[in-house]
Design a protein around this ligand. Structure first.
Ligand code: SAH
Length: 519
């Protein structure tokens, strides 16, 4: 039996907006895969099917599983909300297929069933905000560098696109939407209409029309799409409307139009258009000039990069000197951000086109510098202000060898100088506790969420000279085998044995209901 893989976008969420082909395709399939919230949304349609529901961040496993099922000769559907080809599963599945060398002529059939994407469903509830050139930008920087997202926002803002912001905010990503607003305000007025649509065509649908200035007075979450109007978008009677441009040629309140039908496409009546090979016609083109003026706001300080770096006075040393604080203030300047982080570091974000001189100044002030992102961060206690010297050399060596290395997901190695563990190393992804001249090793803490748990003790009494080698081996295995974005504890749970250490479930044995924004 020939397998088939169908990737289905089921639209915003209500069955009425599910296309006929999507319903039919689900009927055709033996097995359905999807994120559990989506499976629930479409449960009426899939009662008799084999269902494999997974967590939200398990897309890669889901795509691989779907491909395997189709290879085994079954018909399988993968469901995505909205359109599966818009930040959905379609691309990832084709990427997995490309990795495997799938050939449409000889391999199983693949079909993508289109659905109504959030930009369309949300626009319909707001009125008609995307009547003119529009774009979508996802604010999720889990897989895309923030710098690139910021540039795209800037470019779209500058070019006067209507912008639909997907993934505007989640429990862990709060700042992106604030940064986006700052960029937009460089090019658009504070009064620009903004539509916030949460859970379009779902049970908890909520629609708000506000302005760019006031958008944060309303709730924005991971089920919201934010639609930013262009410079001509207006609000009328609770509806957000972007003009198509008819007013340039027509009088919308007159029954008889000034321009007759045959006159409407004449060059002199479209002075704003690009006319084939001719000089621009000089007419008092008030409307055209008006339109251009609206977007010709100052376009100067564009594309200054944001340099991001983490600094600390030392691995064990936690004391800043007054001069170091002065240097931080100086390099951050008026526009930079200085932020205290949870890893005993200060994070800097500085708009600059020349980060080298900043690096030099920070180094001269005696700072240790580390990259920010999906990298390893060494976090140590202060070894009782340097009184307990035993483990300091190892902490420093760990920092030198491993701090800042790229990993599938951010990872923290905590080190404590004694068994008191007052800095809580056991709650980091990897924890090391120095005790009676040797190290105890903990791995796999779940450092976030309501089902937080400490790491499991995997080995006691490790000789100091062996510690770095062991950590490197763990990281090597993690780097090679983990999925992108898979945190160490999830990876350990999935592979069951890491560097020879068997996995033990550390999840609390009492029931903790999942939080709204994930697990
Ligand atoms: N494939 C989906 C997008 C997935 S990305 C689509 O085409 O619509 C997830 C983001 O989509 C959410 O953060 C939100 O911004 C948007 N979204 C998806 N469904 C939505 C809905 N019913 N109402 C409002 N926004 C929605």
């Amino acid at each position: 039996m020939a397998g088939k893989l169908i990737i289905i976008g089921f639209g915003p969420g209500s069955e009425k907006h599910f296309t006929e082909r999507a319903k039919e395709a689900i009927r055709e399939c033996d097995c359905i895969l999807g994120y559990k919230t989506y499976i629930d949304l479409v449960k009426n349609l899939i009662e008799d099917k084999e269902i494999i529901s997974t967590g939200m961040s398990e897309e890669v496993e889901r795509a691989q599983a779907a491909v395997k099922i189709a290879e085994a000769g079954k018909k399988v559907a993968v469901i995505s909300s909205g359109d599966a080809g818009v930040y959905g599963m379609a691309g990832l599945i084709y990427e997995v297929l490309a990795e495997k060398g799938w050939d449409p002529k000889t391999g199983f059939e693949v079909e993508v069933v289109p659905g109504i994407s959030a930009i369309n469903s949300c626009a319909s509830l707001l009125g008609a905000p995307i009547m003119h050139d529009a774009c979508t930008i996802s604010l999720s920087d889990h897989l895309t560098p923030w710098e690139l997202i910021a540039r795209r926002i800037e470019a779209a803002a500058m070019a006067d696109f209507v912008i639909a912001l997907y993934n505007p905010k989640s429990g862990r990503r709060m700042r992106q939407i604030e940064e986006a607003q700052k960029i937009l305000l460089k090019y658009r007025s504070r009064e620009t209409p903004v539509g916030l649509v949460k859970s379009a065509y779902r049970e908890r649908q909520h629609v708000v029309i506000t302005t760019l200035e006031e958008m944060f007075n309303h709730e924005i979450g991971m089920l919201t799409t934010v639609i930013i109007g262009n410079s001509t978008t207006f609000v009328y009677s609770g509806k957000m409307i972007t003009p198509r441009g008819y007013q340039r040629k027509y009088s919308l309140n007159a029954e008889v139009q000034k321009l007759r039908l045959h006159e409407r496409l004449k060059q002199e009546n479209e002075p704003w258009a690009l006319h084939g090979g001719q000089e621009k016609i000089q007419t008092p083109a008030t409307l055209a000039e008006e339109a251009l003026n609206k977007i010709n706001k100052p376009i100067t300080p564009v594309f200054e990069d944001i340099f991001m770096v983490a600094v600390s006075p030392g691995v064990a040393n936690k004391r800043f000197t007054p001069n170091q604080l002065l240097v931080l203030a100086k390099v951050a300047g008026e526009k930079g951000i200085i932020e205290y982080s949870t890893d005993h570091q200060i994070h800097l974000q500085i708009p600059t086109s020349n980060p080298d001189h900043i690096v030099e100044e920070l180094r001269n002030a005696g700072f240790l510098l580390s990259p920010i992102g999906d990298v390893l961060t060494v976090k140590a206690c202060d070894f009782c202000d340097g009184e307990k010297t035993g483990a300091i050399p190892i902490a420093e060596q760990l920092y030198e060898r491993l701090n800042g290395i790229q990993l599938p997901k951010e990872l923290k190695v905590g080190i404590n100088g004694c068994g008191m563990a007052c800095y809580g190393a056991v709650k980091e992804d990897i924890g090391l506790i120095f005790r009676q001249g040797k190290f105890d090793l903990f791995i796999g803490a779940k450092p976030v969420g309501r089902t937080f748990h400490a790491g499991q003790l995997v080995e006691e009494g490790i000789e100091p000279e062996k510690v770095i080698g062991i950590i490197e081996a763990i990281l090597q295995e993690y780097k090679e085998k983990a999925h992108p974005n898979e945190r160490l504890y999830k990876f350990f749970k999935r592979v069951k044995v890491l560097c020879g250490y068997p996995y033990k479930d550390m999840t609390p044995d009492f029931e903790i209901p999942p939080a709204v924004c994930g697990d």
